[in-house]
Design a binder for this molecule. Structure first.
Ligand code: BG6
Length: 255
């Protein structure tokens, strides 16, 4: 039965890979919407995958969220990633401290005996503040590290869930509703076709920057995220997905 199960996931992984047009898909058994431990299993698999890609002195940019917090939780000292540097991909984006990119990034660095640099900027920012804050030497230095990241690891959220979690103002909620936003990643909200509906103005990685990064790993599971996952990959900027059986089965059903 174990081999049968392995085989079952091989087939599922292949299907999801084709639907989303990805290089790698890894599926953990179960559904993280139903059971908390599945998220940690996703975290473990994401860490294991990261290990296969890391080289000494690599820079890894990470986002916030509970999925990335689970990756941090499962990390251990690495032999491949010696001297690696962790940076937050973007600002806090309205998350609770334990789920903010800064916190996760520091925890990952501690677990893997690496270094970290943080971004101390509020968000959302007005256009004017944004333009002046990115000129600050301290911010600029970290921004350059982010733009030169070797690996990016990020979460994908359901648009409504994320907008609620961020206590998004009414006029933005209206915009998301009118634009039929279904997914969110890096502070960008996307519709079903992967078009950007709205974005949170803040410093850090912009969607365009992702095209220059060799390895972009998305970590997102749970049946409730299937639509969001499909929408995010329509704009095709990540090449690896670590997900769970719940999301994967829903994805192939919907396509
Ligand atoms: C947020 C990121 O912190 O986490 C978002 O800024 C991402 O881009 C979200 O969508 C995912 O959160 P979770 O808890 O569902 O992993």
């Amino acid at each position: 039965p174990y081999l049968e199960r392995m085989h079952r996931f091989d087939v599922l992984e292949e299907k999801v890979k084709q639907i989303l047009n990805l290089d790698h898909v890894i599926i953990a058994p179960g559904d993280s919407d139903q059971e908390e431990w599945v998220k940690f299993d996703l975290g473990r698999r994401a860490y294991e995958f990261l290990q296969t890609r890391l080289k000494p002195n690599d820079t890894i940019a990470v986002t916030g969220g509970t999925s990335m917090a689970a990756v941090a939780e499962m990390m251990q000292p690495s032999t491949n990633g010696t001297n690696c540097l962790f940076v937050p991909a973007r600002g806090g984006l309205g998350e609770r401290v334990e789920n903010q990119a800064n916190t996760i990034c520091a925890e990952m660095a501690n677990k893997m005996n690496g270094e970290y640099r943080l971004l101390y900027v509020p968000d959302p920012l007005s256009e004017e503040t944004y333009q002046s804050i990115i000129q600050e030497p301290g911010v600029r230095e970290v921004l350059e590290m982010i733009q030169q990241a070797d690996v990016v690891m990020h979460g994908i959220g359901d648009a409504c869930t994320m907008a609620e979690r961020r206590k998004t103002p009414d006029h933005v909620l209206d915009k998301l509703k009118k634009g039929n936003a279904v997914s969110e990643a890096f502070g960008y909200y996307f519709d079903r076709q992967g078009q950007v509906v709205s974005k949170v103005r803040t410093v850090g990685m912009q969607l365009e920057d992702l095209s220059n990064v060799k390895t972009v790993i998305a970590v997102a599971g749970g049946k409730s995220k299937a639509e969001a996952i499909e929408s995010f990959f329509k704009q095709g900027r990540s090449n690896v997905l670590i997900t769970d059986e719940g999301a994967a089965k829903m994805l192939i059903k919907g396509s």
